[in-house]
Design a protein. Structure first.
Ligand code: F6P
Length: 531
């Protein structure tokens, strides 16, 4: 059964939220703190290794009550159940959405088309575990009999962003293997990666859910040609692995069936790092740590599925984003992790959020007349402080932001960590308070404050806490999509550009640009005349 279709802006609760917005919009957040000494306690959630402080937002208890009413009015609880139990909530593609099943307990039963999918998930995980162990212990050998030293993941979008972000974020658990990622169809980058690896000791994982993506297949073909300069066709089976839900296409491409790690159509590309798409993660940090990542995500799944909305971190985050996006008209949202390990985290979230919720059509196929998908961007602190924080503090735009920080550093460098975290705490305070109560001689030195932030304070960056963090955002994205009354799990918006690129490639070969508009024609003429 599909998700219900309700225009959120036509609900009673939305109306009440609109009135409430008018009452609250001009109250400075700092005033809310002076008026309520329990504010920090009231607007925070302590959960396992997370402390989520959302008190520095333009909200009061009534805001939370009204959002709770909205969620009840749209029957959000039933949407959560449909999501977890494998109903085909990706209606436009007639698919279930079950990345949560990949980290579910093995004792659970989850049915897709009346078949329990847990045994299949278990057997693919077992295959990943055995493969990882044999590569790491040296039993798996390259075509000259050497131990494998390098792994190259060839994939794009969800087949790259999740695994590469996790491998980078958890680099402190790195095994002996070096892991590289080739995503863009940029030959210069491909050559740079290949210049670093030895064909005799490298395995290439071609990751493509569909096994039709032009960038990935072009890169895979080039890598194969490069490999065959030093090896024979027979050696391909030792060095080329595929991860795909399109097993037939992978076999057609020339990957031997035992080298194919399957995935399923009920795993969306941008939510697939928990599946065999995470093979590079498993090789890079070991299967045990990969498993801990999944467990961390499962803990967050349980929190999301079972907790009251008012104490539910992903739900609260979604409501806050909706509050700013749809009532205050703030269009963007920044993600600022205070850890260099998380430097690709906002890039990862861009796909997860914007490919999911960048939609213009509601669940009844009507074009929407309210704002959906926020623009997600970010950078690590403190680097970001020396770059775009000027705009955050004094710009004419307000940018709600998530500050993600850790109680403990990875390697225990307390001196640096205290400086890092002093900045972390100072920034959210400055953004909220500004220079209120201080004498400011010129407006150039005025900080108005009143800039909303969430603080996510986590005990340490481990596979488990990272798993929880990623799952937290996944569920936030889901919640927003349900309230916006859109389908979050398709991505038709990427198709037109792909189709036009195919035509243009053909036109470039024929040097025939007659059918294009004058701008595109001019550009193509210029490009082709520099051949
Ligand atoms: O073009 C967008 C997209 O379909 C993403 O949704 C997906 O993650 C990416 O391309 C890669 O797709 P595939 O894994 O099928 O190669």
């Amino acid at each position: 059964m599909s998700l219900k279709s309700t225009n959120p802006t036509k609900t009673n609760s939305w109306n009440k939220l609109r009135n409430h917005f008018n009452d609250i919009k001009d109250i400075h957040i700092d005033t809310m703190f002076t008026d309520d000494i329990d504010r920090a306690e009231k607007f925070s959630v302590s959960w396992k290794y997370f402390y989520f402080d959302f008190s520095k937002n333009k909200i009061n208890s009534e805001t939370i009550t009204l959002f709770n009413d909205l969620l009840i009015e749209i029957d959000f609880k039933s949407s959560i159940e449909k999501y977890f139990s494998g109903e085909k909530i990706n209606s436009t593609e007639s698919r279930a959405v079950l990345h949560t099943a990949l980290r579910a307990s093995e004792n659970q039963k989850i049915l897709v088309n009346k078949k329990d999918i847990i045994p299949e998930i278990k057997s693919v995980k077992e295959k990943m575990k055995l493969f990882t162990a044999s590569v790491l212990n040296g039993n798996y050998k390259g075509f000259k009999g050497d131990k494998i030293t390098d792994v190259v993941n060839i994939g794009i979008g969800g087949s790259d962003l999740g695994p590469s972000m996790v491998v980078e974020s958890l680099s402190h658990y790195k095994t002996d293997l070096n892991t590289y990622f080739i995503s863009n169809v940029d030959g210069d980058h491909l050559n740079e990666v290949l210049s670093k690896v030895n064909p005799e000791t490298t395995i290439f994982i071609i990751v493509s859910k569909t096994f039709t993506t032009i960038e990935t297949l072009t890169n895979a073909n080039s890598v194969r040609s490069w490999f065959l300069k030093s090896a024979s066709e027979n050696d391909i089976s030792k060095h080329f692995i595929a991860v795909s839900s399109n097993v037939e296409k992978a076999i057609e491409y020339g990957i031997s069936s035992e080298n194919i790690f399957p995935m399923w159509d009920w795993v969306g590309g941008r939510f697939s790092l928990w599946s065999s798409v995470g093979l590079s993660i498993s090789l890079s940090i070991g299967y045990e740590k990969f498993h801990e990542l999944l467990e961390g995500a499962r803990n967050m799944d349980l929190h999301f599925r079972n907790n009251e909305f008012s104490e539910n971190i992903p739900v609260l985050m979604a409501c806050l984003s909706l509050w700013y996006n749809n009532f205050f008209n703030y269009q963007t949202h920044a993600i600022i992790p205070y850890s260099e390990n998380l430097k690709s985290f906002s890039k990862y979230l861009q796909q997860a959020s914007m490919e999911s919720n960048g939609k213009q059509t509601d669940r009844s196929d009507n074009l929407i007349d309210y704002e959906t998908g926020q623009i997600i961007w970010g950078q690590t602190g403190t680097n970001a402080q020396h770059s775009f924080f000027q705009l955050l503090h004094q710009g004419s735009k307000v940018i709600p932001s998530d500050f993600i920080g850790f109680n403990n550093s990875i390697k225990g460098n307390k001196v640096h960590h205290d400086i890092l975290m002093a900045n972390f705490f100072a920034q959210t305070k400055a953004l909220m308070k500004g220079t209120r109560g201080e004498e400011v001689k010129t407006n150039h030195k005025l900080f108005k404050g009143d800039r909303p932030t969430n603080t996510i304070l986590i005990s340490k960056l481990t596979p488990a806490s990272l798993g929880s963090l990623i799952a937290m955002y996944e569920h936030k994205i889901f919640t927003l999509g349900v309230i916006w009354n859109i389908f979050s799990f398709d991505q038709f918006g990427v198709e037109l550009g792909k189709k036009l690129a195919k035509n243009i490639l053909k036109d470039l070969k024929n040097k025939d640009f007659r059918d294009h508009d004058s701008s595109t024609k001019n550009l193509l003429n210029r490009y082709s005349s520099t051949d």
